[in-house]
Structure formats: C-alpha cells, structure tokens
Design a protein around this ligand. Structure first.
Ligand code: GTP
Length: 377
C-alpha cells in the first residue's frame, strides 16, 4: 500500500501530561507468539506483520506508541524474529528507537517481559501484547500508574459479555483484588486488555531463564506478595486480532475509522484500494475491505469486509465476505466465500462455495465446481 514512514512521524501526542510520563517510559511489545489461530497466514509471516488496513498490524501499534510520546521500543521476538528487524530496522525511519531481543525458545508472556530487562532505559515500562488493536489513551494509563503510586497497572476493559475472558475485579480505589479464570458467572465486567505498566524492579523480579506466563503466574504472585497492582478501567475500542474473524473485523474497523490509528487519519472510507490495484466497473468493494497492490477484481464481483493481499485475482461474479485472501491467490468466477482464509497462491475454482471458517492451504488448487456446501450454487 502506498503509505510512507511520514505517517508515523506526523503523529501528535494526545495528552500532554501523559506524554511527559511517556517520554520517560520504555515501550515493550511482545511479538514472539506463533499465531497458530491465524494459520496458514502465519506459516511464514509473524502475526503482527500481517497487513491490516494496508500496513503491518504492528505499525499501527507503533504509531499509537509514538503518538502517546514514547520513543524507545523493545520488541520481544522469537518466532520469525528476523522479519521484524528487516522491516523496522533501528526505528529511525519511523521516528523511534527500536531494539530487538530474541528468545531462542519462546519464554511465554512473563518470561519475555523479564528477558528484555537489560535493554530498558527508564524505571518504568509499558508492555503491549503485539496483537491487540486498541484505542485507549496510553498516557492516561501512565497517569493512573503514577497517581496511584502503583507497582503494576493493568489496562482493564469493560465489556458487555466478559464470560469468554479472564476477569479482573478492582476495589473502590482501583486496586486489583483477584485474577479470575473464565467463568459462566463473572463477578465483574472488567477484562485484562493486554497492556500493562511495570515498575522496573517488579519486572526484574520475574523468574529468569524459563517460560513464565504473566497472566497465570506473575499477576497472582504479585497480589499474594502485597504489591500495589491497580487497574486503569475504560471502554475504549479494543480487539484481539488473533483469529481470522477478528483480523478481518479489525482491519475493516481501521479502514472505516471505527478503530483509531494515527497512521490513517483523514483516509477513512468504505474501502482502501491500492493505487496499483484494478477494480472493474460493476464490481462492489465495501465494508472496510482492503485491496492490495496489483490485485484485480473483475466485473460483478462483490468483496465485503475482507482483506485482499497483493496480487490476488477475484474473477467475475465471485462473492467474498469476511475473508482473508493471501498474496497471489485466485478466486474463480461465481465462487462464493464467506468467513474463509485462502493461503498464498491458492486457487479456488469457479463456482466453488467455501464458508464457516474454511482454510485453504498455500498453493492448493481446488478445481472449478470442486467444493460446495449446498446444492444451490
Ligand atoms: P496463538 O498461537 O494463535 O494463540 O497466538 P500467539 O502465539 O500470538 O499467542 P497469544 O495470542 O496468546 O499471545 C499474546 C501476545 O503475546 C502476542 O502478541 C504474542 O506474539 C506474544 N507472545 C506469546 N507468547 C510469547 C513468547 O513466548 N514470547 C514472546 N516474546 N511473545 C509471546
């Protein structure tokens, strides 16, 4: 897509007091997971580098980090570690200072946080799960952390249905009282949103050299030992981009401006089509769909709420809804795809019908009329 590094460097701080705190805070992003739920898209590309609204997803997060006023970023990498450094380098093109810490074996979320300790410059670090698309005011989380004199502050999100998440209740002062596993009857609607502020001494006390889960081991232990653990509660935009359904929704929300990204200001619309792509008259591209470089969408095709990577061909009369179609794939004439992932270079033949979470592996060719779920196509 035709964006440049300038989009990152133009981002302005959103909150002056928060920005002053952010200038003395390291940003640590965990990007070492294998992203198994997004396979086959993540067979060769780490999840945070998949393009959402035309840019590697991680770039939107870096834009928010920079806009909040943080300068120094440490990426905790493991799976496909080299891909990050090749793209972001030392961060100077983006107005940031980026360092990389590679785990030979994944250390889990807590182990990864501990593992970056000797790269930190400040007494405070803000930790991010690299797969969360969020809209919260990062400076405000730092303000809560400082005003509560906390050891650790978690961003907590209020959601209408918390049953699918671990819940984190707080007392009247905002102090965390428990970390609860998923339950049918949660006592609070606050969930862990995957961003935390850690004082450096607390981060350095995480056990080193072995896998540790921050959610299951570090946080409960902090409560047991009486540390000051607080919640910063809000209802900002939030989406974990870990599944295909969330990934297409998150990308579409970015395109339509429902999810904020400093990199897309003034560019919102029904679709984001790269200038080198071609969309025939009579084709419909809508719902926050992204169409990548050199892609071709033929007449009568309808592409809704989808992510179409570079070089994809969608033939006449095909419909593609809530799908991710990876680079170079071809969708045949009058094929119908809903809620699918099609891997790189795969071919879905004419008149095929794929739906409900179907995943076509890279390079696989389904012949014309070769797969359908019903008899009416
Ligand atoms: P799934 O395999 O689909 O569950 O995805 P995942 O491997 O990314 O796991 P999950 O979504 O639970 O991870 C949350 C965040 O932590 C993601 O940004 C991961 O990249 C990151 N992460 C998970 N495990 C590790 C790890 O062992 N090391 C590092 N550095 N990051 C990790």
């Amino acid at each position: 897509m035709a964006y440049s590094a300038a989009h990152l460097t133009q981002a302005a701080p959103v909150n002056e007091e928060g920005a002053a705190l952010a200038a003395e805070t390291d940003a640590v992003i965990l990007v070492g997971g294998k992203g198994t739920r997004l396979r086959p898209l993540t067979n060769n590309v780490p999840k945070p580098m998949l393009p959402a609204a035309g840019l590697p997803f991680l770039q939107h997060l870096l834009g928010r980090i920079k806009a909040a006023g943080m300068q120094h970023v440490v990426l905790g990498t493991s799976f496909k570690a080299e891909v990050f450094e090749r793209y972001f380098g030392d961060g100077s093109d983006w107005g940031l200072e980026i360092e990389y810490v590679v785990e030979d074996e994944p250390l889990g979320t807590g182990g990864a946080i501990r593992n970056v300790h000797d790269h930190l410059r400040f007494d405070r670090a803000m930790i991010f799960n690299g797969d969360v698309l969020g809209g919260t005011d990062l400076g405000a989380i730092l303000q809560t952390h400082v005003s509560q004199n906390a050891d650790v502050t978690l961003h907590l999100l209020r959601v209408p249905d918390p049953r699918a998440f671990g819940c984190v209740p707080t007392d009247q002062e905002g102090r965390v009282t428990a970390f609860l596993e998923k339950t049918e009857d949660p006592p609070t609607d606050q969930i862990n949103a995957g961003s935390y502020v850690f004082n450096r001494d607390v981060l350095e006390a995480i056990p080193a050299g072995r896998p540790v889960s921050v959610e299951r081991e570090v946080f409960p232990e902090l409560l047991e030992t009486g540390k000051r653990v607080f919640g910063h509660v809000d209802q900002a935009y939030w989406r974990d981009m870990g599944t295909p359904a969330d990934f297409v929704r998150g990308s579409s929300d970015l395109v339509r401006g429902i999810a904020p990204s400093p990199l897309l200001e003034g560019m919102h619309g029904e679709a984001l089509v790269d200038s080198s792509a071609s969309v025939a008259d009579g084709a419909l591209v809508l719902g926050g769909t992204v169409v990548g470089r050199g892609a071709e969408i033929r007449g009568g095709a309808r592409v809704d709420t989808s992510v179409i990577f570079d070089g994809v061909h969608i033939e006449a009369g095909a419909t593609v809804e809530r799908c991710v179609i990876a680079a170079g794939a071809r969708i045949g004439a009058r094929a119908h795809l809903t809620d699918c992932v099609v891997g790189e270079g795969a071919v879905v033949g004419a008149r095929c019908e794929l739906r409900d979470g179907a995943r076509v592996w890279p390079g696989v060719e389904i012949p014309d009329g070769g797969l359908r779920f019903s008899s009416d196509v």
